[in-house]
Design a protein around this ligand. Structure first.
Ligand code: ADP
Ligand code: MG
Length: 687
């Protein structure tokens, strides 16, 4: 049997079981092998029923004394109750809505049970259990010894029980199906990793906890190694296949811009600019990510890079995630670069079809040197005469896929510069952006006043808004951010519309207020944003649509309603909208702080302004699923590695991947990539 073979070939799996497994995404033998246990239970440590502690998970072995079923509860559930005895006491076990279990749970049978017991009504020394982690019924012929030791517990569904999984897995592992070795023997030894086939056996059926740890480490390594191979190959391929543009040393335009900047570049900016410059001067296409907190000055670097491509006779494109941001970038570039003779254009969604055609033509005829637009710029059928550089802002919304898309166009590969203000933890930079080089801008330009953040309860709202009003009287502008747009009966969450009406007709009467949310038409949003930008609106009530990039230096105060509804990284991003000018800035987070956890979480906002630190805290608190989910990442699904805690393994894996690719000792990595991540790395596999 081979790893690609359908699970139907496995003994004990018929069409029905196969269909159930398919629903879990398990199609072939390899899928099944990497269906790693969700957790384990140590059956070598049995607890006598008499010694159970309410609320503490334990493993119990006993005999089923009787079994009864009935219907009850609010939803008229099927309820199955068994009394289990082990000679020291009785345990009443209840299963809800699992009628099929009664086939196995026959009185007289011996069972292994793990779960969380509670005290039973009345009876002293009697326990009940309805939080069952696993239940294993011993076969007649089965020696109890077979079930001792550490047992795997699998995620499962419907009719597939733990016993089924354990049986199929152990059968599968005994068949000794050849597993492609990802690493050479010497390398595996050097890294202290256990043999792959042994690791698979040990992860499903560990003899000791120690062995389990070693197996997990090995498999996590392999998983991360494979992803790194994929990302590095992806990048090599595009760089090898297509020649890039070799830009010349800095010329007149770049020097003029640097000379006329009203400030000195910070150390980090200089370093980033050196990186970009060196990449651009090489023939292989640049693939660089500039990561820097909001306001750290990434745009200047983009501007220099654009000027550099223009003085080399090429065109540059700058892509922004929203129309508002695109026009802001456009205004900045036009103001700075047009006086030096560069022709800057904006490809906006608001243009009439005729104007749009004109811009297209200007791009194709090279009547424009730099074009700013939304991402449609690259997705549309825009034909550049000579595209030398593509800069994308806030590209974290775009995964590996989109980068590949860009790379399929044109014969000479343009250089690509990606800018992101999203503080992405290091582990994620290496996994999601493993195909990019990274320049980090950590220091903020000098003289920047940090935003002061305060956490307050709702009973202070009146006071807070009175303070906001004073700031507006003093000439500043303010943001009020709400978690949702409209009020709904189902939830008492403050909506932007509600807060807007309340403030506009109340304490801010006579002061121009605006409302901005994601459900407004693009043109409406833009009109409001423009009014705020041009200081015609003083107080802007909005949802998180203002999260990305808009620059209004005069806005120095932000109030966030129901702050507990937002992630830390998101709050940080929001907070980045203020403190962009010379004024002292304040961010006030309003929250009831019902739980200590939410209070502790929001306190972190008060205590640090470091986006990276916040992102890591956020990741720890909310877990990778939610954190990454909100970012629409392109991260491959991790089965066993843990993005948070396996950074050391990740770094080793990346090192090993680079070494093996360099020495052309990839072995079976391509094959395995195809099998495990087919769609995500389509690009490599197709070649
Ligand atoms: P980012 O794009 O990283 O959010 P910007 O490039 O928009 O940041 O810069 C934010 C503000 O800081 C701009 O007004 C910019 O002119 C200014 N700035 C950038 N670099 C410096 C510097 N080295 N010294 C002083 N001000 C700077
Ligand atoms: Mg920016």
């Amino acid at each position: 049997m081979k790893l690609e073979d359908s699970i139907q070939y496995i003994k004990g799996i018929g069409p029905k079981k196969a269909a159930e497994l398919n629903r879990l995404g398990i199609r072939n033998i390899y899928d099944l092998l990497i269906w790693f246990p969700r957790t384990y239970e140590d059956q070598s440590v049995l607890t006598p029923i008499a010694s159970l502690q309410a609320g503490e998970t334990a493993v119990v072995a006993g005999t089923i004394l009787n079994l009864s079923e009935h219907r009850g509860g609010r939803r008229n559930m099927h309820i199955l109750t068994a009394m289990i005895g082990d000679g020291t006491g009785f345990l009443q076990v209840t299963w809800f809505n699992q009628p099929y279990l009664k086939q196995q749970l026959k009185p007289g049978k011996r069972v292994f049970l793990s779960g969380k017991p509670s005290y039973a009504y009345g009876g002293r020394g009697q326990f009940a259990m309805n939080q069952i982690q696993s239940c294993h019924v011993l076969d007649e012929e089965e020696e109890p010894a077979d079930s001792c030791g550490i047992q795997p517990v699998y995620s499962t569904t419907g009719h597939l029980n733990q016993k089924f999984f354990r049986k199929v897995m152990s059968g599968l592992l005994q068949m000794a199906i050849p597993l492609p070795n990802l690493l050479s023997e010497p390398m595996r030894k050097r890294l202290g990793l256990m043999e792959r086939s042994k690791a698979f056996r040990a992860v499903h059926f560990p003899e000791t906890m120690e062995e389990l740890r070693a197996a997990r480490r090995c498999l996590a390594f392999d998983e991360l190694y494979l992803i790194q191979c994929g990302l590095i190959l992806l990048r090599q391929q595009t760089q090898r296949e297509k020649k890039g543009i070799r830009h010349l040393m800095n010329g007149r335009l770049v020097r003029q811009i640097i000379d006329t900047l009203p400030f000195q570049l910070t150390q980090d900016q200089q370093k980033a600019w050196r990186d970009v410059q060196q990449d651009m001067e090489q023939e292989r296409p640049m693939r660089r990510l500039i990561q820097g907190d909001v306001g750290s000055g990434k745009t200047v670097i983009a501007m220099l890079a654009l000027a550099k491509t223009v003085e080399n006779g090429c065109q540059g494109a700058l892509m922004a995630p929203t129309e508002i941001l695109a026009s802001q970038h456009y205004e900045l570039l036009a103001a700075r670069l047009a006086p030096l003779g560069m022709r800057v254009g904006l490809l906006s969604g608001r243009l009439t079809p005729k104007k749009r055609e004109e811009v297209y033509r200007a791009i194709t005829c090279h009547d424009l040197d730099i074009v700013v637009g939304t991402h449609a710029l690259i997705q549309d059928a825009v034909q550049f005469a000579r595209l030398g550089l593509v800069v994308t802002d806030e590209q974290h919304r775009f995964g590996i896929h989109q980068r590949a898309e860009l790379e399929k166009r044109g014969s000479r590969m343009p250089d690509v510069l990606v800018m992101t203000a999203t503080p992405i933890p290091r582990t994620m930079t290496l996994t999601v952006y493993g195909d990019l080089d990274v320049s980090l801008i950590r220091e903020l330009p000098p003289g920047r006043k940090p935003v002061r953040t305060f956490l307050r309860r709702p009973d202070r709202r009146a006071l807070i808004y009175r303070y906001v009003r004073e700031q507006i009287w003093a000439g500043r502008q303010a943001y009020v951010v709400c978690p949702r747009i409209e009020q709904s009966e189902a939830s008492p969450i403050s909506s932007a519309e509600e807060v807007y009406d309340e403030l506009r007709c109340g304490i801010f009467q006579g002061i121009p207020c605006g409302l901005l949310h994601g459900r407004m038409k693009a043109a409406e949003k833009e009109a409001v944003m423009r009014d705020f930008y041009q200081n015609r609106i003083k107080l802007l009530v909005s949802t998180t649509v203002i999260e990305v990039g808009v620059n209004v230096p005069n806005a120095s105060i932000m109030v966030v309603e129901q702050a507990e509804r937002f992630g830390l990284a998101q709050l940080h991003q929001l907070r980045g909208r203020i403190g962009r000018g010379p004024y002292a800035s304040y961010c006030i987070l309003i929250s009831e702080m019902k739980t200590e956890a939410s209070q502790a979480r929001l306190h972190i906002m008060e205590s640090t302004a470091d986006g990276f630190e916040l992102a890591e805290e956020d990741l720890k608190l909310r877990g990778p699923g939610q954190f990454f989910g909100s970012m629409q990442h392109g991260l491959p699904d991790l089965r066993i590695a843990d993005v948070l805690n396996d950074l050391d393994i990740l770094l080793q894996a990346r090192q090993a991947a680079m070494e093996n690719i360099r020495n052309q000792q990839l072995g079976t990595a391509r094959e395995m990539l195809r099998m495990q991540y087919g769609r995500q790395f389509l690009h490599i596999i197709e070649s």
